[in-house]
Design a protein around this ligand. Structure first.
Ligand code: S3P
Length: 432
């Protein structure tokens, strides 16, 4: 499917974005191994989260869908999952594969996990290595680094794991395996990654200790069923935020978005670049902070982004690159090599596609430099089947003269169902 975008003028009004993807995965997985009925509202019914949901159904968990965003999971407890009859196909979802591996490694049955071509290219050694240190029996393609992954459930032992990559998927995988292991399991990160798993475990009454960048759980500590209200996804909101900043005379409010500090690096960076962003009605529900985000058109100045900031905005770097094309001066992104192993090589994709629209960009191994402000002109762009690339390019198209066509835009369903409609509802006149 192609998405056609025309240059847009002012965005105005209020919008809501669908539920947070990271929290939706975790709510399902932890709800499944909890004791009792977990009630989830604000669930993201996107393709990725439905991969997690289907996988849990195949493992014998009963899930009642009250509506597309509200569901009840009948938790089976830490050791109540059943062996799936077939291979578990997780589609495009790296989060499902990595977190689920931890939960399956300590069960008393075998599981095989696979995914689409993109997922089969992504590194899995980062979770297989610590799981093997815990005693897990796991085989994978490409010397233990790629899916399909075959897990033969085993008794596990607790470890202290200093992770070489700041990755919430690795941290969550090891912590979940830790709940099934003997003794205490700790994960130490050099740079703190998103902490939704820790917050949800705490909300579910699990014995968890957090001190700086070290998180420990006790084997056998059982999550209890709870009520979970998932806020809007900050990563989805980021496309609307940048669209409003870059289009003239825009003034929008995005309601009830998750503003967990491990996720909102983009807000800090854009504010430093001169963006007019205000946080309203801040509150915390069940451990997760949320607020309304008020954004107006703004003139941006270039900035260098790297180091500890990267994990706080890793998913927002494609849309940040679009913002940088309109900033005055040279914006540099460094220390972001992780982008090369996302749903596609996002450094290459950002550089090639924004160049097609007329941006001046230099590509580095770990990032890029954008010389702004760039006059963009519509063209035909590839999404590379990557949801965040497709949406970032759609926003770039709103700043470009003429029409921009984004190929294979159906991948947007992976994280943001309704993206085009929400954008249209904010645009005055016939723009998209
Ligand atoms: C996620 C963690 C991040 C992020 C991904 C979702 C999660 O990946 O990029 O979109 O929900 O844990 P890494 O753990 O690989 O950094």
């Amino acid at each position: 499917m192609d998405l056609m975008i025309n240059k847009a003028s002012a965005l105005s009004g209020k919008a809501r974005v669908p539920g947070d993807k990271s929290i939706s995965h975790r709510a399902l997985i932890l709800g499944a191994i909890a004791e009792g009925e977990t009630h989830i509202s604000g669930f993201l019914p996107s393709v990725d989260c439905l991969s997690t949901l289907n996988c849990l159904l195949l493992l014998g968990v009963k899930i009642e869908r009250l509506s597309s965003t509200e569901l009840v999971i009948k938790g089976v407890g830490l050791r109540g999952l059943k062996e799936a009859k077939n291979v578990l196909d997780l589609g495009n979802s790296g989060t499902t594969m990595r977190i689920m591996s931890g939960m399956l490694a300590g069960q008393n049955f075998s599981s095989t996990l696979t995914g689409d071509d993109s997922l089969k290219r992504r590194p899995m050694g980062r979770v297989i290595k610590p799981l093997r240190l815990m005693g897990a029996n796991i085989c994978a393609e490409d010397e233990g680094d790629r899916a399909p992954i075959k897990i033969t459930g085993q008794p596990l032992k607790g470890i202290i794991y200093k992770t070489p990559v700041p990755s919430a998927q690795v941290k969550s995988c090891v912590l979940l395996a830790g709940l099934l292991a003997n003794g205490k399991t700790c994960v130490i990160e050099e740079i703190k990654s998103r902490d939704h798993t820790e917050r949800l475990l705490k909300h579910m009454g699990v014995d968890i200790e957090i001190s700086g960048n070290e998180v420990c759980v006790r084997g056998g500590s059982r999550p209890k069923a709870v009520k979970i209200e998932i806020p809007g996804d900050f990563s989805s909101a980021s496309f609307l935020i940048v669209a409003a900043i870059l289009t003239e005379k825009s003034d929008i409010i995005i309601k009830d978005v998750g503003i967990n500090a491990t996720r909102t690096g983009l807000l800090s960076v854009l504010t430093e670049m001169g963006a007019n962003i205000n946080i309203l009605n801040e509150k915390t529900i069940y451990e997760e902070p949320r607020a309304d985000i008020w954004v107006k058109s703004s003139k941006l100045k270039a900035l260098t982004v790297g180091g500890e900031l990267i994990p706080r905005l890793v998913d927002e770097l494609p849309i940040f690159a679009v913002a940088a094309t309109q900033a005055s001066g040279t914006t540099i992104v460094k220390d972001a090599k992780e982008l090369r192993i996302k749903e596609t090589d996002r450094i290459r994709a950002i550089c090639s596609e924004l160049r097609k629209l007329g941006a001046e960009i230099d590509e580095f191994e770990d990032g890029f430099a954008i010389h702004g402000p760039c006059k963009l002109k519509g063209n035909i762009c590839s999404s590379f089947g990557d949801h965040r690339m497709a949406m970032a390019l759609a926003v770039a198209g709103m700043c470009a003269e003429g029409a921009t066509i984004i190929k294979d835009s159906e991948c947007i369903e992976v994280s943001f169902p309704g993206f085009e409609e929400i954008l249209k509802s904010l645009v005055k006149g016939k723009n998209t």
